[in-house]
Structure formats: C-alpha cells, structure tokens
Write a protein that binds this ligand. Structure first.
Ligand SMILES: [Zn+2]
Length: 466
C-alpha cells in the first residue's frame, strides 16, 4: 500500500504520453495495461492513477448553471421546484448522461447518476451535494459538490480506472430551507425520517402552495403515499463523501488546500414567545410594568452566557430574530418573539445549553411577571462524526496528490449530516474567498476546485476497491 511519491511523477508523465497517443476508449483498459508496470490489483491506486481535471469545462458548467437564477448575476437564487430549479435539474441530468451514468430520480427529486462497478452487487460509494440556492447567494455552495463530483467521475474514466463498487453521484433535493422551512429535505428523507413524511403532508410555502402541489408542478411525487419510497436502508452505500466549499476562512487564512472534515456540528432551533400587558410609554410607571421586550433582551444575553459557560469554542448560539410587538416607540412591548440557533459537535453539551436556556426563560418570565407563552424546540438534529476509514482515504488521497491538508470540523451542516445516518460519511472542504458564502461574493478558484475534485476522485477510487 505504501507508495513512493518519487515513483509517481515518472509514472504520471509516462501515462499522460500514452493517453495522448491513443484513440481507444480508455475505459475499456485497466491501469496496468496503460502504465505497462505490473501492479497488485486493488492495492496501488495512486501508482497508476493519473487524474486530470478539465478545469475549463468545469468552470463553464458552474457559470452556466448560475444563469438559471431568479435574480441577476452575480447573485444566484434557485428555489426548490421553481422553473429555474427544474431547468437546473435538467442541466445536471444532461451532464450525468454525457458522463455515461445511468440516471434515476426518486419521489422528491433526489437525482442519482451511477457508474456501474465490476461488482455491481456490492453497496456503491456515493458522493454528491445540492444545487438549490437561497435568495441572492453565490454559485459555488453545493454546486461544487455536484458538478465537481461529475468531473471527478470523468477524470476517473479518462484515467482508465475501473471501479469495483459502483460509484454514484447524488444531487440532493432542497438542502436549503428557503421554500418550506425544512433544510436537507432530500437527504433527511433518504435517511428515513418518518416525522418528515408526516410533516410534509401539511407543509405549505409562503404562498400557501402545498409541498405536494409544488413537487407535482416540477414533475415529482404524483402519489402522496410514496414518500417512504425515498427511504434508503442503512448500508445502502459503503461510503458517502461530499465535496464542499468551506464557507469559513480557515483554509484560505492558513494557505491549506484541503480540509478533511472529522465532524459536522448540528443545529437546534428554538422559538420563544413572551407576553406582557404593554401600555403607554409615558403613563405606566416602571414598577407597574411587565415588559415583554426586556424579557426577550434578558434571554438573548442568557443565551450568550450559557453558550460561553460550556467552555468549548465549538458551542455557539445566536439570537437571529428578536421581534417586539406592537413595535412603536411610545408603546411598552406587549409581546416578544425570539428565534435561537444553537450548535455544537457534542450533542450532550448542546442539549445542556438548550436546557439552561429553557430554565432562564422560565425564571425571566417569573421575575418580570410576563407569560412565557411558547418555548418550542423546532428541531434538534444530532451531530455526526466522519467515518475513520473514509477520513483515512481522504488523507491518503491528499498525500498522494501532494496537497496540504488539515483535519477540521464543519460548523455549517450539510446533506452529509443525514447521510451519516445510513452510511459511513466524510467531507472534503476547499478554500473559499474570505470564507464568504450565501452571498454573491462567494468564490473559489478553479485551481482550488480542481484540487478538491482530484481528492474526491482518488478517495472514491480507493473506497470503491475496498
Ligand atoms: Zn451547501
């Protein structure tokens, strides 16, 4: 298994000369035939795997996909089951077809493109991400993990690699919660979420269009009973690896090419409502007040305190929404509404923070004589750890490609969080400009993307032979 890197370069050069001179279909030949070097089957991937990424065509595809948007360039807005989303889906399926993959779609529009391996009965190795985009976002989030994955397949095909386990590229439906308020809808369902199946029966968007009507308009889910057909059994895949932009500044700041994700932090969201009596800002004296706004302000500070008290930098909490009613300068707030997001890679620690926030909300309501009219934990997903063997394969690939890499955690969550419920999981991060994401300035250089594509390709190649 150990590979001398000094051997690699002559081999790569030799291989590229050979491949440039032949017109034969490279996919019909084995790597050993290509290189002319004897090689142990299934053991020395990197000795013989020469990966070239077609950067021009990949960049062109990323640019082209970004034009299917409901807002003008450079922003991208592509909302689930909208016309632009449907065109984007068609575009992805077309590229899957050009890569020679066999295509399947499930009832909610998760799209699968499979390259059949020599032992097609074994669970495949999967990769993938999403192409939906929140309003006024950028063109790389998710897209790099779909178009990049397809280019990884192309690069493997060009190199003459032959997978043992099948390789599958997945485009997940609705990673972003924009339309129906449900994030990672496609992967969550694939992972077998019964509560989600039930919730979707009543889910409507901001225009009061039901999930099923929206899905039908995009050509999916004709039969409302068939949502459990989306479920996949644990073990359906031997591994799942997602390529994604970091969406944070660490890799760029440190000049590191590849981030190998060891864990994905998971969010919990909480909605809180306080109610007081309100009243005239001049007439009601301070001792007689029960100000719902001040209760909310106190709770916001309590959130910060409990998060900091956890003692870990990995615990974070945010009050992203704080609304006061009636919202007039001369009126004591009679109602307040907070939405709190708290995340951690340690589920127990995060849940302790939630419990303390709850205790504070009760105490604050009591002290301020307001009513805690609602304290609702909207979702509370468990974090996920990457699989050790997948981490090893990603590290091995980075080493063989001579790319600097570091282990890190993902503070944003991704479809991988849910895929981890049914498959050993790993994620590959690439640098992005200033860590920007979810805005038009989002950017990754094609060189950084190509590095990620190569690491993904080699990781999948290795896992496919395991
Ligand atoms: Zn994403």
């Amino acid at each position: 298994m150990a590979v001398k890197f000094s051997l690699l370069l002559p081999l790569l050069l030799f291989f590229s000369v050979i491949s440039a001179q032949t017109n034969e279909d490279p996919t019909t030949r084995t790597m050993e035939e290509f290189s002319g070097y004897p090689s142990e089957p299934h053991s020395c991937i990197s000795d013989s795997l020469s990966l070239s990424v077609d950067k021009d065509s990949l960049q062109k595809q990323i640019d082209e996909l970004s034009t299917f948007s409901d807002t003008p360039a450079p922003s991208v807005t592509r909302i689930l089951y909208s016309d632009k989303d449907v065109i984007g889906r068609r575009y992805i399926k077309n590229i899957m077809g050009l890569s020679g993959l066999s295509i399947r779609e499930d009832a909610v529009g998760n799209i699968f493109g499979r390259w059949e391996g020599s032992e097609a009965e074994l669970p495949p190795v999967a990769t993938g991400s999403h192409v939906d985009a929140i309003p006024y976002s950028g063109k790389y989030d998710g897209v790099v993990g779909v178009l990049g994955a397809l280019e990884a397949i192309n690069a493997l095909k060009r190199s003459g690699f032959k997978p043992k386990r099948s390789l599958e590229v997945i485009m997940f439906t609705s990673e972003e919660p924009t339309r129906f308020g449900i994030s990672c809808l496609g992967s969550r369902l694939m992972a077998g979420s019964e509560p989600l199946v039930r919730a979707l029966k009543e889910t409507v968007d901001g225009q009061n269009i039901s999930f099923f009507d929206a899905a039908r308009s995009a050509g999916y889910s004709k039969d409302q009973e068939d949502l459990s057909s989306v479920f996949m059994k644990k073990g359906s895949y031997s591994a799942f690896v997602e390529l994604h932009i970091e969406q944070g500044p660490i890799l760029e700041d440190e000049g590191v090419s590849i981030g190998i994700v060891t864990a994905i932090a998971a969010p919990a969201s909480i909605k809180v409502d306080f109610e007081g009596n309100g009243g005239h800002a001049g007439a009601v004296l301070m001792p007689s007040r029960n100000d719902a706004g001040l209760a909310a302000a106190e709770l916001a500070l309590a959130v910060e305190k409990h998060v900091l008290d956890s003692g870990s930098v990995d615990t974070v909490g945010t009050v992203g929404i704080l609304e006061l009613h009636p919202g007039a300068i001369n009126s004591i707030p009679s109602k307040s509404h907070l939405e709190i997001d708290t995340r951690d890679i340690d589920e127990k620690r995060r849940n302790t923070v939630i419990e303390r926030i709850h205790q504070s909300a009760i105490a604050i309501a009591k002290n301020r004589r307001v009513k805690l009219s609602d304290f609702k934990i909207v979702n509370q997903d468990p974090p996920a750890l990457s699989d050790k063997a997948v981490i090893k394969a990603m590290e091995f690939a980075s080493q063989q490609l001579n790319l600097s890499h570091k282990l890190m955690i993902s503070r944003a969550y991704h479809d991988s969080l849910f895929m981890a419920r049914i498959s050993p999981m790993g994620m590959i991060f690439i640098p992005c400009y200033k860590g920007y994401s979810h805005k038009p300035e989002e950017y990754s250089s094609i060189e950084d993307i190509a590095n990620g594509v190569k690491v993904l390709a080699m990781t999948m190649a290795k896992l496919s032979l395991d």
